[in-house]
Every structure is written in structure tokens, then in C-alpha cells.
Design a protein around this ligand. Structure first.
Ligand code: NAD
Length: 490
């Protein structure tokens, strides 16, 4: 067992302490990098969820009664503790997810930025007050929803929960997290550090599990809102089921990000940037480049992209694939790559380092060239280090191809022309647009969130619209001048 994990079965975290699940259904947690079983995680039951919601509800009222400026003091301390334990947190993320240590570090630093944004909420999220008529004042106050929940995916086990938790608790809610059953360790690190930072018991809980807990959260009358991040299939299910139970749901789904390349793009910059976007985190990012649409004669750029991608080896430069199932799914696309006239010009199955740990699942980078827009590799989320190239003649054709894909997380263009870049930015159908940048993650305070089948429920998962999502507004209209002039309002 890794020295980073003490328990052979992970507990839940409820009411400010570890809490054994009543479930006997356990799943092994495997380190993707080595194949080693690290621990087991319980598939908790609705009784576990009830216990978490009950303790959260009991603690939330007192928490909500504190001024926001006092609540966020916990987040300042939490940030300092993340910085203190940064190396350990990176090791935990790498252990459970398989990404490289530098990728884990990037995710921890990005998580810190989300904590900073939440700590700044007293400066940017106060209520409004205005005299709307003589002697009549309207005032708004932002109030928490009560107990809220988050459901998160395997690919960023520390960062994605922290898109939601700091904001939701800063705004006065109590938060119940169900992390991915494939990567449950980082959630326990978050619990440990929030506890040390002085968060009152019950304001943050972790309930491990799978579908049963997700459905339980959607149905639970004690939960007011759900933030979900994961695949489109499950995002839609959670959105529909939660909404059917009268909840707010903001559900971020999968992606199929298109990068457009035109002949005037800088070849070297484009090649290294596209490669980083395709292969970073082994392609297991909702912001990863997936389809490259080459406009006109871009062969000189494609050759360079191929050179860059061919120089990488799985297990040396590219981290691990999360599971056997995911590995089989990705290699299945490679097996079927050459259907419909497409060509597999780079096969990542042959590009795994001889030094890669034997028990891990690794792939090098792959390129499927000359694919048609209706090829399965052009349409479906592969979620591995694979780039599909579609060739077309004009920018308008490229924009039409991008627009026709049902997702809308990110899209990017590589060009040295401001006009071409602007035209693409205006017409691409995605929430996050890159100009000469293949992973266009908007840093805080710019919000993270896609469009179309990449997001359900409206708004973004971080940033200003998330402030609205985790709160409700009370509007108070006041008149304290009984002898004042009467008008239509009084
Ligand atoms: P997933 O949808 O399989 O799992 C996400 C969560 O849903 C997990 O906690 C899981 O336990 C739960 N879940 C899985 N199947 C379920 C079911 N049938 N019913 C109820 N709950 C279920 O996603 P994943 O494989 O963990 O993560 C990868 C996916 O997440 C990719 O599609 C990726 O694009 C997406 N993602 C999106 C964003 C974004 O911001 N749009 C960010 C990160 C990841």
C-alpha cells in the first residue's frame, strides 16, 4: 500500500470526522501509473447520504449567520495549508489519477486560484442598495441555499471539487461532495485541510460512491443545488433528475474540442501548442484538443505536429490512462481508425517507453489523418492522447465543421491574422475560445464553462455566474418616512 494512504478501506467524512460507510460494497482503487491497488472505496448507501445531509443541515444555519468576511478567513488558512502540503497533494493526485507530477502541480495551482477567488467574494458579491423612490429603499442580500452537493469526475480530483467547494461555502452553504470512485483520495485531502483550517464540523462532507449516491443527491429533499462535472451522458441524467426534484443543477459535460489551423499560422508555435493540448494529462482533459481542422495547404504544419507528437513516449512524457476500460476504449478507436479512408499516421500503441512501470496503462500520441467529419473519431469523445485531422478548403467550411459538433466546451484557431482570428472567435460555437492557444482555460475571475452538450443548466461552474448559482437573492423594499410625499409606490 502507498504511504500516502493509511486506510485499507476509505471512510466517508461526515460531521467533521471520518465515518465508516454502512455499505459492504467496496471497489478497489487502482493507481493507474503502476496498476497497484492502493485502497478500497465504499459504495455508500442512501443511509450514509442521509447522515451527511443531516449533519450538514444542522451546521449550516450557524455558518450562514456568520458574516461572509468571517467565513472566508477559513479559506485564507486553507490556501496556506494547500501551499504547505503542495508536494504531498501533487503526489496524491499523481498516485490516484496517473498524470505526471508537473501536471498534478498545475492542477493544484489552478485550484489555489479558485480558493483565492472565493476568498475575495466579500469584495465582489455584496448586496445592492438604492433609493428607488423618494423615501423608499430597495436592498438585496445574497443568501445561501442551505445544503448543496457536488459530483466530480476522475480527471482532476483535487482541482474540480475546488471549482465549487470554496465558493459554495464562502457564500454560506454546507457542501456534500461525491468524488469519482476512481479517484477518491484527493477529496479526503480537501477534508483534512479544511478541518485544519478551522471549518466548522458538518460544513464539508465527503460521501464516496457511485450511481446510487448520485441519484440519491438528485432525489434528496434536503439538498438545494447540485454542481456536476463529468461526461455528457451523466451530466444530462443528473440535470434532468435533479430538475425533476425541483433543484438547481449546473452540470458540465464532455467535450470534442476543435482546433482550426490556417496556412499563415506560425508552424513551430502551432505544432508545440497543439501537441501539448492533445497529450497533456494523456488527453484526459475536457479542454484537450481532439479534432484539428486544417484549412487549405497546412501540410508543413501537420508534418511538424507529427514530429512533435512522435517524440513523446507514454510512461515517460505522457502520464497513465485511468483504467483498463478507458485503455480498451481508446485503443478501440485506433483499431477502427482507418475506416472510411482515414489514415492512422501515428500509432500511440507503439510509442510507450521501455522504462514505463509494467503494471501501468500507457499510450503514446496517435494521429488519425484525412478523417471525414462523420468518422467516429471525428464525432465522439475519445478522451485519450489522440488527434483526428479533418481537411477542408475554407475557413467557413472549418467553422461549419466546428459548429456541427454537438459539444461546445472549447475551440481554438492558429493564425497570424487578426481578422481570421476575430471571425473564428465570433462564429465558433463554444464557451471557451483560444487564439493561438490550445487549452484556453479562462483563469479566474473569468469563468470556466462550455456551451451546447458540454453544459446543462446555464451559466459557468466558476466565476461570476457561479455566485448566483450558489445563492438566492432576497429583495427588501423599505419605507421609513410615513409623513413623506406619497407617490405611486407608497
Ligand atoms: P463520468 O461521467 O463517468 O463520472 C462523473 C461522475 O458521475 C462520477 O462521480 C461518477 O461516479 C458519476 N457517475 C458515473 N456514471 C453514472 C451514472 N450512470 N449515474 C450517476 N452517476 C454516475 O465522468 P468521468 O469518466 O469520471 O470523467 C470524464 C468526463 O468528464 C469526460 O467526459 C470529460 O470531458 C468530462 N469533464 C468535463 C469537464 C467540464 O468542465 N466540462 C471537466 C472535467 C471532466
Amino acid at each position: 500500500m502507498s504511504t500516502l494512504v493509511e486506510q485499507s478501506v476509505l471512510p466517508n467524512y461526515i460531521g467533521g470526522r471520518t465515518h465508516e460507510s454502512v455499505s459492504t460494497r467496496l471497489l478497489p482503487v487502482t493507481a493507474p501509473g503502476t496498476g497497484e491497488i492502493i485502497t478500497e472505496v465504499p459504495m455508500s448507501t442512501r443511509a450514509d447520504l442521509d447522515a451527511a445531509v443531516e449533519s450538514a443541515a444542522a451546521a449550516q444555519k450557524e455558518w450562514a449567520a456568520m458574516p461572509m468576511k468571517d467565513r472566508v478567513q477559513v479559506l485564507y488558512r486553507f490556501k496556506a495549508l494547500i501551499e504547505r502540503d503542495e508536494d504531498r497533494l501533487c503526489e496524491v493526485v499523481t498516485l490516484e489519477n496517473g498524470k505526471t507530477i508537473s501536471e498534478s502541480r498545475g492542477s493544484v495551482l489552478r485550484a489555489i486560484e479558485c480558493v483565492e477567488f472565493a476568498a475575495s467574494l466579500p469584495q465582489i458579491a455584496p448586496g445592492l442598495v438604492m433609493e428607488v423612490s423618494q423615501g423608499v429603499q430597495c436592498r438585496t442580500s445574497r443568501l445561501p441555499l442551505g445544503v448543496v452537493a457536488g459530483i466530480t469526475p476522475f480527471n482532476f480530483p483535487f482541482m474540480v471539487p475546488l471549482w465549487m467547494v470554496p465558493m459554495a461555502i464562502a457564500l454560506g452553504n454546507a457542501f456534500v461532495l461525491k468524488p469519482s470512485e476512481q479517484t477518491p483520495l484527493s477529496a479526503m485531502e480537501i477534508a483534512r485541510l479544511l478541518e485544519e483550517a478551522g471549518l466548522p464540523d458538518g460544513i464539508f462532507s465527503v460521501v464516496h460512491g457511485d450511481r446510487e449516491i448520485v441519484e440519491g443527491m438528485c432525489d434528496h429533499p434536503g439538498i438545494g443545488a447540485i454542481g456536476f462535472v463529468g461526461s455528457t451522458r451523466v451530466a444530462r441524467l443528473v440535470y434532468e433528475r435533479g430538475a425533476a426534484h425541483g433543484k438547481r443543477v449546473r452540470a458540465m459535460g464532455g467535450a470534442k474540442n476543435h482546433l482550426i489551423v490556417v496556412p499563415d499560422a506560425d508552424p513551430e508555435m502551432t505544432a508545440s501548442n497543439v501537441t501539448a493540448s492533445v497529450t497533456g494529462c494523456a488527453g484526459q482533459r475536457c479542454m484537450a484538443a481532439s479534432v484539428l481542422v486544417a484549412v487549405g495547404d497546412c501540410q508543413h504544419i501537420i508534418d511538424r505536429i507529427k514530429d512533435h507528437m512522435a517524440a513523446l513516449e507514454g510512461g515517460r512524457d505522457i502520464g497513465a490512462i485511468i483504467s483498463e476500460v478507458a485503455y480498451d476504449r481508446i485503443t478501440g478507436y485506433l483499431e477502427r481508425a482507418e475506416s472510411g479512408g482515414a489514415q492512422l499516421i501515428l500509432d500511440g500503441r507503439n510509442r510507450v517507453s521501455g522504462d514505463a512501470p509494467t503494471g501501468g496503462r500507457y499510450l503514446g500520441a496517435s494521429i488519425i489523418d484525412h478523417a471525414q467529419p462523420d468518422h467516429e473519431a471525428s464525432c465522439t469523445e475519445i478522451f485519450g492522447p489522440t488527434l483526428t485531422i479533418i481537411r477542408c478548403r475554407t475557413l467557413d467550411e472549418a467553422i461549419a465543421i466546428e459548429n456541427a459538433n454537438p459539444y461546445g466546451n472549447a475551440a481554438a484557431i492558429y493564425t497570424s491574422s487578426g481578422g481570421t482570428a476575430q471571425r473564428f472567435a465570433d462564429h465558433a460555437s463554444a464557451g471557451m475560445i483560444g487564439i493561438n492557444i490550445g487549452v484556453p482555460v479562462p483563469r479566474e475571475p473569468f469563468a470556466f464553462g462550455g456551451w451546447n452538450d458540454s453544459a446543462f443548466g446555464g451559466g459557468d461552474i466558476t466565476g461570476p455566474t457561479a455566485i448566483d448559482f450558489w445563492t438566492r437573492m432576497k429583495k427588501v423594499t423599505t419605507k421609513w418616512n410615513p409623513s413623506g410625499t406619497a407617490n405611486w409606490m407608497s
